[in-house]
Design a protein around this ligand. Structure first.
Ligand SMILES: *[C@@H]1O[C@H](CO)[C@@H](O)[C@H](O)[C@H]1NC(C)=O
Ligand SMILES: *[C@@H]1O[C@H](CO)[C@@H](O)[C@H](O)[C@H]1NC(C)=O
Length: 302
């Protein structure tokens, strides 16, 4: 008891705060059971071999990794399925990518797991908005229209295939409906996407650093790399208090061998190859989202 116990208590409280403040303005929605079901369905994809479905034209997909909840192969296939048309991103695979990234963060221990809870609430928000939009549309148009819901490259048509079909269709639809507030905090899909988008840059940078293999010298600890990635990305959007709490969470991060196991590789060289493919796929998605948000002046939504 005594000092140690109090210190542990203080750390815990800080971390709980961190969890809720992480992405600024936590939202109350927790549709976790909903997400769980969704994850189960997606898991089936990984069992099928390369042909068909996701990311047909992309680089060869990775194999499933036994005994892990997080599946890097699944993450990669969702990321590769997200870019659409010349400059758009499909929201369904985008959010599925986040489901897998949440599992990745959860695997890093309870500290980082608290952060992932906040991200889950953001993905739930967008899914709920999409669901409401679908229901309203069906109510307006009658049941027959449901079957028309298919792939359509035309921007005008994409509104008819659901406002939350893609990043650009969501931006367009929310601007039309006037639900994006440029002055005050709301829970529009656009501002929620912006929070996810910023967090994606942090994870991309962290994975990129983990993949780095110095020619001379030692590999650096994941804990240091994650802190560095944070400092040059998310930290600038956070208050002093959240930044301090984040540093605490990174201290408890596992060693590098843990990451080998997590993606089923034996050494740094193999880790580099796997992570670089993931990073490449993230960059494609990130750049497209960035461009769409930028073109609409949405990079600073409160
Ligand atoms: C899976 O794909 C790989 C490479 O495309 C191929 O070598 C392998 O035989 C396939 N396995 C099955 C079970 O189809
Ligand atoms: C993504 O954007 C960055 C910065 O704007 C740029 O340097 C990079 O080449 C882009 N990559 C891709 C794949 O679009």
């Amino acid at each position: 008891m005594g000092v140690k116990c109090k210190a542990a208590g203080a750390v815990l409280i800080l971390l709980l705060f961190l969890g809720s403040l992480w992405l600024q303005g936590g939202l109350d929605y927790h549709w976790e059971s909903c997400l769980k079901g969704y994850n189960q369905v997606n898991k089936l994809h990984q069992l099928s071999n390369s042909s068909g479905a996701d990311g047909v034209e992309g680089p060869q997909l990775l194999e499933a990794c036994p005994d892990q909840t997080f599946q890097v192969s699944l993450l990669l296939s969702h990321l590769l399925a997200a870019p659409a048309y010349t400059s758009d991103v499909l929201l369904h695979p985008y959010l599925s990518s986040w489901d897998e990234l949440v599992k990745f963060m959860d695997a890093l221990g309870p500290m980082v797991g608290l952060i992932s809870k906040e991200i889950e609430s953001k993905t739930s928000t967008i899914r709920q908005l999409a669901l409401f939009a679908d229901e309203n549309r069906e109510a307006e148009l009658g049941p027959d229209i449901r079957s028309v819901n298919s792939i359509n490259a035309n921007a005008e048509d994409s509104q008819h295939t659901g406002a939350y079909h893609s990043v650009r269709s969501m931006i367009g639809a929310e601007l039309n409906r006037g639900v994006v507030d440029f002055q005050h905090q709301t829970n529009s899909g656009c501002r929620t996407l912006l929070r996810l988008h910023r967090a994606l840059l942090w994870l991309k940078l962290f994975l990129e650093k983990l993949a780095e293999t110095p020619v001379a010298g030692r590999l650096r600890s994941p804990s240091d790399l994650c802190r560095e990635a944070y400092q040059s990305t998310l930290a600038k959007h956070h208050t002093w208090f959240v930044r301090r709490a984040a540093e605490l969470a990174f201290i408890a991060m596992p060693e590098r061998v843990f990451f080998f196991r997590l993606v089923c590789v034996q050494n740094q060289e193999q880790l580099r190859i796997v992570l670089n493919r993931v990073v490449q796929a993230i960059v494609e998605v990130y750049n497209r989202t960035q461009k769409a948000l930028e073109e609409n002046g949405m990079l600073d939504l409160p």
